[in-house]
Structures are given as C-alpha cells and as structure tokens.
Design a protein around this ligand. Structure first.
Ligand code: PEP
Ligand code: MN
Length: 338
C-alpha cells in the first residue's frame, strides 16, 4: 500500500506513520518526492486494510500498489530516480557512461582504459575481477588483485568503479574496492545475493537474466530495494532468442516499457546485447535516442588480444567516436552524457 502524506505533512507525522506501518508487521520505505512524501507499506498485506492507516495524522490517502513489485513501481514514485556515484549520474536527464574492458587484465591495461574513458567524457570504469565464464577453463578474472587495480584507476582518474560480485561470500570484499556492484545476468535470480547487496551502501547495476521476463527482472530489483538499498539501476543486456546473427537479442523497447513501469534508471549494454564490436556504436546511439539513462560499453586497448569478449569490444578511437555521436543525439533529446 502507498500512504500518501498531505503536501505539508510534518516530520513528526511521517515518523508516526512509519512507526504505525511497522506495528502492522510491514516494512516502511519513505520516498520524498518534489510535491509530497509517500510511505510504501510493503510485506504480507493479507491482514492489513487501508482503513488501518488512512485515519493517521497528515495522511491524504492510502492506495493499493497494483504491480507485483512495490518499491520499484512508478505507482509509488512517479518521478524518475537519479543515481549519482562520484561524477557518474544516471536518470532524470542524465545519461551515465560506464566503459572499460570485460576483464581487468593488468595495471597498464586498466589504467589505459580509465584514461581513455575519462578523455572521451565517461564517468565510470567497468572491469570484471570475478568473471562468470561459461567454461571453467576460461580466464576467471584477477580477483582481489584486479579489484586493487580498479581502485588505483579510480584514484588516478576519479571515475566510479563498476565491477561484478558473483557470490554472497565476496560482497564485502568487492564493496571495499568498488562504487557500483554489478549483478550479472547469470545471477539475476540469486535471491540471497540480491538481499546481500541490498544491505550494502553501494549502488547496484542489476543485469537482466538472458531468459528473464520484465516482471521477473523487476521483482529481482525489488529484492534489493526491499532491503533498504534504493540505488538500483536496471541493465538490459539482451535476451536469448532463436536468432543467432547476434550473441543475444537486444530489445530497446525495454527502455520504454521499464520507464512506464518503474522509476529506476535503465542502462543499455550493447556489447553483450549484440556480441559484435561493429554493431556497438549504432546501438549506443539508438539506445540514447530511445531514452536510455546510461550505457555500459566494453572497450580495450587492443581488442584482438583481450582475454575475454574482445570480439565485442571497441578500441579507444571507436569508443571516442561513439561518445561524440551519442553526445549529439543526447542533446537532441534534451539530455546530457555524464
Ligand atoms: C559482463 O558485464 O562482462 C558480463 C559477464 O555481463 P552479463 O552478466 O550481462 O553476461
Ligand atoms: Mn564481457
């Protein structure tokens, strides 16, 4: 249920109502909008009725949330959420650019990428230190050594660090070195992991599972939000279909659909979404035109030599050219890259 407070409701009244929600055995999430504050009362609502809350002080009305996901829904928060981490911003007019290699491979490689990302106007550096590889014989990532290199790259450039956390046992370790925790497509429905990252103070980039429906995707985000972490970004990275001319099928309509259903920012990953470097620039431009709130792009000093996903990685020149094109399209839709 949504407890909509009167426009001038006092802090005392808001506190009174959150306490009341807790007494009813529900969780309370306070969302402060530009016009008014609302309190999401979520949990098992079978024993609670709107009448239990609507007579409270400062309450304008109590409404049901019809969507199965509650805190993620637009019904609860009509204004778009903007996530900010260092200079990186995504949502509400800001298009956050995250770029870097698939995997951290060496100090020279990650520092060179970080400088190239910054020079082209990006604000966040990606790079996997713990890699979810299809084959156990493929490069599994540099683990903590890779995390240290990412932190060193942030130190030099000021870019926010985005990196994947694969299991609950490494959440604290990955959070120690990074700014945004990536939940990979293969883990989108790892509910204990979602809860664990929901209890950190790091922003989360939640990737869509390759065969997850939009409802499953949003319910996965809800697991994180329900633990109290409100800094969640959704990442469309392509789904598995019968089609095989691309590695996955990248549905840009997800942006429009998700903007209708949720206030959370939507990031597009054209690298995994297509699996071909030559397709990535056009899909970046198309994602910006379609209203995406951010991009996550794989790039590498020498894609041919990359230890993972080189075939879908841009080189520095291609990345820089893509950023210039995206900036022009962003301006045309009254947004800006950052
Ligand atoms: C990645 O970002 O390198 C990655 C493994 O992505 P996904 O989980 O979308 O496959
Ligand atoms: Mn990759």
């Amino acid at each position: 249920m949504i407890v909509v407070m009167e426009p001038g409701a006092s802090e005392e009244q808001i506190k009174h109502m959150t306490d009341r929600v807790h007494q009813l055995g529900l969780k309370a999430h306070v969302i402060r909008g530009t016009e008014r504050t609302v309190i999401a009362a979520v949990g098992d609502e079978r024993t609670t009725k709107p009448a239990d809350l609507e007579t409270g002080p400062g309450v304008a009305e109590v409404l049901p949330i019809l969507a199965p996901y509650k805190v993620a829904s637009r019904e609860l928060k009509p204004e778009p959420t903007q996530i900010q981490v260092l200079n990186f911003k995504a949502g509400a007019g800001a298009i956050g650019v995250i770029a870097g290699p698939c995997s951290v491979e060496s100090e020279e490689q990650i520092i060179a990428c970080a400088r190239a990302v910054k020079a082209a106007g990006g604000t966040a550096l990606r790079g996997g230190a713990f890699k979810p590889r299809t084959s156990p014989y493929s490069f599994q990532g540099m683990k903590e050594d890779g995390l240290k290199l990412l932190a060193a790259a942030r130190e030099e450039t000021g870019l926010a660090v985005v990196t994947e956390v694969m299991g609950t046992e490494s959440v604290d370790l990955v959070a120690k070195y990074s700014d945004v925790l990536q939940i990979g497509a293969r883990n989108m429905q790892n509910y204990r992991l979602l809860e664990a990252v929901g209890n950190t103070d790091r922003a989360i980039l939640l990737k869509r599972g390759a065969s997850a429906t939009m409802e499953e995707f949003l319910l996965a985000a809800e697991y994180i939000l329900n633990e109290g972490n409100q800094n969640v970004m959704l990442c469309e990275r392509g789904i598995r279909t019968f089609e095989n001319h691309t590695r996955f099928t990248l549905p840009l309509a997800s942006v429009t659909y998700l903007h209708r259903k949720t206030h959370l920012p939507v990031i597009i990953d054209p690298s995994h979404g297509t699996g071909h470097a030559y397709m990535v620039p056009d899909m970046c431009v198309a994602a910006v035109a379609a209203g995406a709130d951010g991009l996550i792009i794989e790039m590498h000093p020498n894609p041919e030599k990359a230890m993972s996903d080189g075939y879908q990685s841009l080189d520095f020149k291609q990345f820089d050219d893509t950023m210039r094109r995206c900036a022009r399209v962003a301006a045309a839709v009254d947004k800006h890259l950052c």
